[in-house]
Design a protein around this ligand. Structure first.
Ligand code: SAH
Length: 473
């Protein structure tokens, strides 16, 4: 979400006539986008502003803006505490960035814009000229959950939804300029409600069905109306809104890759209750089991917090056993961090730093082992890979399978595969990724004079292999 917000900032600045600088030394304006979900992220801002105070002293007309969730959280206090900062912009105020810069350039005083757009929520359009092979599309903003550890409802405000017509149009426009994979974004993306109430019009949706979800209807609508799209992901869903109709959508829509990131936070009911997650371990297991049964080959990844107030060794072991039982193929683990304005502030932060670190180490060891076994199992299989671009090192292409496994492709450096969906033989597994080579069919297709990937034409020109249990190897 922050990457996406930064892209929007770049876009509004470009629109106002700013050009991107190579580095801070040649920049007149610097915008820091910030995260405040854990204290560590907030500390980074402090040290970064300290460093940039020197940058400002070199040329006092330089402008330093702080954007994002720390901006929203701290507002004016930031200006008071860090005089190097000239402006503060909250996540809902990105569009006002050029005006703020304009005011500053004509002698205006340092200013703060951190007002939620509650009545007329703005969803800024994607960059002109497209976004590359993969793109994010915001479907909602804010959060109505009240997870006791989480600052997001405070920094991003209540849920506001984007009209499905606008979402579909944005995805179609992205695909027309070469995007093949879209990730729908929202804090609890599957609690999406369509302001247009598209539910009754969506193909395949039954408005009488109490389990129907407007998010599932949105997925069905995108699949029906944007045939050029190859993959449709979403992040992050809340387990509470993983409804039977959303599960069915995974079985019915080949566009949805067999991978879902579904934050669980803990495997102990006592902790889930204290975290106000509003599901039990048993409910999480039942829903993910149903999802994997409907969509064979499905893999899951998750977020976990260790050392939440009151977490005992037994609670933590329940988390380990849940990780094993679900068989997560990816995991983001975090040490609990006390955040301002959150309900959990009432609880003593009673798990020591040392215990938190030790638990995180054990959790990562387990998840690495699960991932390693999974990747090993894919050796020898053929995978469909959306190539995102050249790998950071070596003469390799880098991309992802539908299930989000990273694949490096060797022996094709003479071809331009960016944005192509190719098939690759998996030769070996690295610690966190796969290493493969193009199949003969993919190589032959790539050698043909390239009618540059545009929507459905390119789709026909490339070998298409369905994802599925076959790839389990
Ligand atoms: N709304 C998103 C979460 C965004 S924050 C969702 O529900 O998926 C991303 C992750 O950061 C969370 O899933 C959680 O695991 C972690 N996190 C949030 N607040 C935290 C805190 N106070 N301490 C440690 N980790 C936290």
């Amino acid at each position: 979400m922050n990457v996406h917000d930064s892209e929007r900032m770049r876009e509004v600045l470009r629109g106002a006539g700013y050009a991107e600088a190579e580095d801070s030394a040649s920049a007149d304006v610097l915008v820091l986008n910030t995260c405040s979900v854990r204290e560590k992220a907030e500390q980074k801002l402090r040290s970064e502003v300290g460093r940039l105070a020197r940058w400002k002293r070199e040329q006092p007309e330089r402008v330093l803006i702080v954007a994002g969730c720390v901006a929203q959280q701290e507002g004016e206090q930031l200006l008071r505490r860090m005089p190097a900062i000239d402006g503060v912009i909250g996540p809902d105020n990105i569009a006002e960035l050029p005006r703020l810069l304009g005011d500053l350039s004509t002698g205006g005083l340092p200013a703060v814009r951190t007002v939620f757009d509650l009545d007329a929520p703005r969803f800024l359009p994607p960059p002109r000229g497209g976004s590359g092979p993969t793109a994010f599309v915001t479907v909602m903003k804010g959060c109505n959950e009240r997870c006791s550890f989480c600052i997001v409802p405070y920094t991003r405000g209540p849920e506001r939804y984007r009209a499905s017509d606008e979402i579909v149009a944005e995805i179609a426009a992205l695909c027309a300029s070469g995007t093949r994979e879209v990730t729908l974004l929202g804090q609890t993306v599957n609690s999406y409600r369509d302001p247009l109430r598209a539910l009754s019009q969506a193909p395949g949706a039954d408005p009488e069905d109490p389990d129907e979800s407007e998010f599932a209807a949105l997925l069905r609508r995108i699949a029906a109306e944007v045939p050029a799209l190859r993959r449709l992901r979403y992040t992050s869903p809340h387990p509470r809104h993983l409804t039977p109709s959303l599960i069915r959508a995974h079985a019915e829509l080949p566009l949805l890759p067999r991978h879902v990131h579904l934050p669980v936070q803990s495997g102990a009911n006592r902790m889930l209750k204290r975290m106000i997650r509003r599901y039990t371990r048993e409910e999480y297991l039942a829903r993910t089991r149903a999802l994997c049964a409907e969509a064979p080959g499905m893999t899951l990844s998750t977020d976990i917090i260790v050392g939440f107030p009151g977490e005992t060794e037994e609670d933590f072991e329940a988390t380990l056993s849940l990780v094993e039982e679900v068989g997560f193929r990816g995991l983001f683990g975090f040490k609990y961090s006390r955040r301002p304005y959150t309900p959990a502030l009432k609880l003593p932060d009673d798990v020591t730093e040392q215990v938190k670190s030790a638990r995180l180490t054990r959790l990562f060891a387990l998840s690495e082992a699960l991932l390693g076994k999974h990747l090993e199992g894919l050796t020898g299989s053929v995978q469909e890979v959306l190539v995102e671009g050249p790998a950071k090192a070596g003469d390799l292409w880098s991309g992802r399978t539908g299930r989000n496994e990273i694949v490096h492709i060797e022996g094709a450096s003479e071809l331009d595969l960016t944005g192509e969906v190719v098939t690759a033989h998996i030769l070996r597994a690295n610690k966190h990724s796969l290493h493969g080579a193009l199949t003969e069919a993919a190589r032959a297709a790539a050698r043909q004079p390239r009618a540059r990937a545009q929507g459905s034409q390119a789709r026909r020109a490339l070998p298409v292999v369905n994802e599925g249990p076959r790839a389990e190897g």
